[in-house]
Design a protein around this ligand. Structure first.
Ligand code: GAL
Length: 717
């Protein structure tokens, strides 16, 4: 009681101080290398609590303590009329990453972002599916504004009169160094309302900062094994017979398939939804789901979470819903546990209980004209704006908890997320369909604790189809979203063989892929990594400013060139997708030697190379000493109890090690320690011969499913 009083007294003093004048922030350590400052009044909701994940304190401890990474004397906040103003310093050459799921830019220094949950509409302005208010600096720290308001971040764009490190003044008449946007020495943030928390994460480099952020948000998701297999979504009004036919067509074409997604027509009514089956199209859902499971195919259900007046639960939900509807459906106030309970009952009875594997949670991001407006109110007291920022997190968290009750992992799709969502088993997607921008989103997702899929729908040409299929096979979810037109992987006969080849390669890479996700869970290292997170990557071209002439924009901003069309998948594999219409591309290789995945030949060493790859293959490179564990080209991800031979490839001329993860692939028993890390090791003997070894640490019970092991020394071919 006394302590509580002392805390609130301290809090009042702080509120007073903050409202009176700019105040230094008081940083409280909350985990190893993580600090929090509370500014103003506590809020009814925030991002971390909406995501509901618990910080992985032990894993953070393992990363070790670090000193506070910012000059504390230069960090301050002020309660202004428009909200809380926060100013954190920047050094001259510092680079910033993060600040939402961006599609065009990786580096964010010099940008202004109005972070607001929305569909992506073609410009990186902060309106996006995951407007995560978290930035990572290459100087080894990250900052999270834990607010569910529309936060505006000026990421090094403006200058104060009283700046301690102001930019040099140039005369535009005579000095060519003049820039339309002079260098700025701070990140300035405006948080509407009267309070927020700010978190600072330290790290020896940008990657360690991201690790700490992800671990603080509960650690990354470990999908079920089937979630990493191939998935097809069928046309909106498909019937049970159509879905069975689709599964059979995949097996007839020898094409991998682990789960099928049903689009709106599985429900008796959609837009708004009943979440109940349409019995004309699906007469006996339980029998149908079982029949599919017997074939080894799981089912994922599309929904948008707005309740139809035709639902028997409508009356019960009405008082627990917002003031406005979406497509005439109720918007449940998930801040009230009873609202979640009503959905839980329906979802368990209709879907989870009969064996449905997961959901595609659509239309929780925007558009403004469709969603509830910001003037909407909710019975729990949270505003329309706050609900917009946390709705995606809330429903992801609820559905995950419902699956957990059955000790079954799930993996699905969601069109909105936010900070605190790393451990939630969902991948973001959208209707925007630019292949290049989809790859940039792969890169930017890696800074902010979300997963992204560059889904494939249709294509203007066979070549584009192939290039898109290659990219999606190297992403967190390999999906064709044929909801509108029923396109199949083999719909473009000219490239059908090459499409099968890349889908098979994804399946072969399963042990490697699953391990990269285990790293996400255990160490917070994201599976897909922007090059700027990779050790030894340095590419820092000069800024490109607009010259002062009248044909171009004389005031264009000086932006650094981004490397946004290649990324790392796990520790060892560099992926350099190709785009339709292109025959060659540039690849920036980080420090050390890099080898062609397919041939094992040296591709380059810490340099920029130009390649002219074959049309049927996506360019892949492996680092020196890289070990890639693989399985045969199976048609489904390894199932419980199935034993598969391992083929382990080794690249380069430096001895290497790899920790290979395995577990039952379906349950949450890994949380209780039921898993294995096999140690794979390659060394060279005195005679110069390479030798591989697999070791299961002594005393470990083998939970995994790998049988015989063969080694393929790619350097001896
Ligand atoms: C869109 C979604 C598509 C598809 C469609 C069905 O909002 O992005 O992938 O599911 O709805 O109506």
């Amino acid at each position: 009681m006394k302590k509580q009083f002392a805390l609130s007294a301290l809090f009042l003093v702080l509120v007073h101080f903050v409202s009176a004048q700019p105040a230094g922030l008081s940083w409280e350590p909350v985990a190893a290398g993580v600090w929090r400052a509370k500014i103003g009044e506590p809020q009814l909701t925030d991002l971390l609590s909406a995501g509901g994940a618990l910080p992985r304190l032990e894993a953070l401890e393992k990363l070790g303590e670090r000193p506070f990474p910012l000059p504390a004397g230069l960090c301050y906040a002020e309660n202004q009329a428009g909200g809380i103003y926060i100013r954190l310093p920047l050094q001259r050459e510092e680079q910033l990453f993060g600040l939402g799921l961006n599609f065009k830019t990786v580096q964010q220094r010099g940008r202004i972002l109005h972070l607001h949950t929305d569909h992506y509409d073609g410009s990186d302005n902060g309106r996006t599916h995951a407007p995560v208010p978290f930035y990572v600096s290459d100087r080894g720290y990250g900052v999270l504004i834990n607010s569910a308001r529309y936060v505006t971040v000026y990421a090094g764009t403006a200058n104060r009169v009283d700046s301690p490190d102001p930019p040099r003044v140039y005369d535009r008449n005579t000095e060519t160094a003049w820039e339309a946007q002079p260098y700025s020495d701070a990140v300035e943030t405006l948080v509407p309302g009267n309070g927020t928390e700010v978190y600072v994460f330290a790290g020896k480099n940008a990657m360690e900062v991201v690790q700490r952020f992800n671990l603080f948000c509960g650690g990354g998701v470990l999908p079920p094994k089937w979630g990493l297999g191939f998935t097809q979504r069928v046309p909106a009004l498909s019937t049970e017979a159509d879905v069975i036919k689709e599964a059979d067509a995949f097996s007839d074409h020898n094409f991998p398939l682990d789960f099928i997604g049903l689009e709106p027509g599985w429900q008796s009514k959609a837009y708004p939804c009943t979440f109940q089956w349409d019995h004309a199209r699906f007469p006996d859902p339980a029998a149908f789901v079982k029949r599919m499971l017997d074939k080894g195919i799981r089912l994922n259900l599309w929904l948008n979470p707005y309740l139809s007046p035709s639902s028997p639960s409508y009356k019960q939900m009405k008082p627990l819903s917002g003031s406005h509807t979406v497509w005439n459906g109720l918007v449940p106030d998930f801040n009230i546990p009873a609202a979640g309970k009503i959905y839980q009952e329906i979802f368990e009875k209709e879907h989870i209980g009969i064996g449905i594997s997961g959901y595609k949670i659509d239309e929780i991001d925007g558009f403004d004209n469709w969603l509830w407006p910001d003037v909407a109110s909710f019975p729990s007291g949270i505003s329309g704006e706050q609900m917009r920022q946390v709705f995606g997190l809330k429903i992801q968290r609820l559905t995950l908890d419902w699956f957990r009750k059955y000790n079954r992992r799930t993996y699905g799709l969601a069109r909105a997320s936010n900070a605190g969502g790393a451990s939630l088993p969902y991948v973001i997607y959208d209707d925007y369909y630019d292949h290049r921008d989809f790859i940039t989103a792969m890169c930017t997702s890696s800074f902010i604790g979300v997963l992204w899929t560059p889904e494939v729908r249709a294509s203007a040409s066979a070549q584009e189809w192939l290039r898109r299929m290659q990219s999606v096979c190297f992403s967190p979810m390999a999906m064709i979203n044929a909801w509108a037109d029923g396109t199949k992987p083999w719909s473009y006969p000219e490239v059908a063989g090459a499409v099968r080849e890349v889908a098979s390669l994804r399946m072969q890479l399963f042990p490697y892929l699953y391990t990269t996700f285990a790293q996400y869970y255990f160490e917070g290292i994201p599976p897909v990594r922007a090059m700027n997170l990779v050790d030894g990557f340095s590419y820092n071209p000069a800024s490109t400013a607009g010259a002062l002439h009248s044909t171009g924009n004389p005031y264009s901003l000086a932006l650094k060139e981004d490397i946004k069309d290649q990324f790392m998948l796990g520790d060892n594999l560099l992926v350099a997708p190709m785009f339709a219409g292109e025959t060659k591309r540039r690849v920036v290789l980080p420090r050390g030697k890099w080898y062609d995945f397919y041939t094992g030949r040296l591709a380059g060493e810490g340099e920029v190379i130009e390649i002219v790859p074959a049309a049927e293959r996506i360019p892949l490179f492996v680092r020196d000493g890289g070990i890639i564990p693989m399985i045969p080209a199976v048609l489904h991800a390894p199932r419980k109890g199935e034993v598969l031979p391992l083929e382990i490839r080794f690249y380069g001329d430096t001895a290497g090690r790899f920790s290979l993860y395995d577990d039952d692939g379906e349950t949450f028993n890994y949380v209780k320690g039921e898993y294995n890390w096999y140690q794979l090791q390659v060394t060279r003997d005195k005679g110069g011969k390479w030798k591989g070894q697999t070791l299961l640490p002594e005393g470990q019970k083998n939970m995994g499913q790998y049988g015989t092991v063969s080694w393929k020394m790619m350097n001896e071919r």
